[in-house]
Ligand binder design. Structure first.
Ligand code: ADP
Ligand code: AIR
Length: 282
């Protein structure tokens, strides 16, 4: 497979808003927008394992763009506005609902461990689970009771989130099946968009092999971040294979994807890791 070409150009500094484990957010060119920058950094088990997956940011930018656009066609509102360059997309700024919304079709990962069932066991029907998005607490598993008691989302917002999550699962399961991939499970994030005095729940963050489990339907070969989590090797190949099958692999000479932004940005505080957060508490 050919490597992705990189051409570095210098851009004026942009205002950094947030630096996460896999992405950075910068102020967007218009009010209410942000630039989402996809890094090659990878973490697992809540930042315990750290590494770099070469080219991941470029591929996730492409894959997430494609999937968000397809979901938009299915009348699922998303934060995606347009791709800016190889690693960056313009998105609508939302207030993130602090939940990881997880859909599972097949037992795997933390679910297989929690219930001591074999990875690969199909579930009777798709399951939805929620984790409270809080790195310092290790993203604990929560129920709607916790969500309402803490006021993280209202019952009507959760009705919408659940409805969107299952519709996304139906659509993406079919889409991936069409390219010989089993959508085992995935994580979504939603946010509140304020527009014309109206608040709306929309899909945010990203959909990529970083937050989906994707298994080749014939061989069971893992094509997602589990290759990094479990030291399975051929990590970059797996991400490229997903992009290739979706038909979004950047091509040599694809002018909209050969520009890499190298914005020198002012240093900003990193989010506290569980370690530093503990130190601070002392
Ligand atoms: P983390 O924060 O878990 O380390 P990332 O490195 O992926 O994750 O950082 C991206 C951050 O941007 C996440 O915290 C995510 O909730 C947030 N985010 C995603 N989409 C939007 C959006 N449209 N508006 C505001 N924040 C967003
Ligand atoms: N996920 C959860 N937190 C972060 C991510 N990326 C995703 C995983 C997997 C699903 O949520 O990538 O697709 C369930 O993860 P787990 O570890 O709970 O089994």
């Amino acid at each position: 497979m050919h490597p992705i070409k990189r051409k570095i150009i210098n851009m004026p500094p942009r205002k950094p808003i947030y630096e996460g484990k896999a992405k950075q957010l910068f102020e967007g060119p218009e009010p209410g927008t942000l630039i989402q920058h996809f890094k090659d950094d990878a973490t697992a088990f809540n930042n315990v394992k750290k590494g770099v997956i070469n080219g991941k940011g470029v591929l996730n930018n492409r894959i997430s763009e494609y999937l968000m656009l397809r979901l938009h066609e299915m009348s699922i509102p998303t934060h995606f506005i347009r791709t800016l360059n190889m690693r960056e997309q313009l998105i609508k700024s939302v207030q993130i609902v602090p939940l990881e919304v997880i859909i599972r079709n097949v037992a795997a990962g933390s679910f297989a461990k929690r219930f001591n069932v074999q990875e690969g066991k199909p579930l009777g029907h798709p399951l939805i689970e929620y984790c409270y998005k809080n790195d310092a607490l290790g993203d604990p598993f929560v129920t709607e009771e916790h969500i309402f008691a803490f006021g993280w989302a209202t019952p009507s917002e959760m009705d919408e989130i659940r409805m969107y999550a299952f519709r996304i699962n139906d659509f993406l399961s079919g889409l991936f099946m069409g390219i010989g991939i089993r959508l085992v499970d995935f994580k979504l994030e939603f946010g509140r968009l304020q527009e014309n005095d109206r608040e709306q729940i929309i899909l945010a963050d990203e959909i990529s092999p970083d937050n989906c489990r994707l298994w080749d339907m014939k061989t069971g070969h893992k094509l997602d971040k589990d290759r990094f989590r479990q030291d399975l090797g051929e990590i970059e190949d797996a991400y490229r294979e997903v992009a290739r099958r979706l038909g979004v692999m950047p091509q040599d000479g694809d002018s909209s994807y050969v520009i890499e932004v190298n914005a020198k940005t002012p240093k900003m505080a990193k989010k506290p890791t569980p370690k530093t957060a503990k130190k601070k508490k002392k």
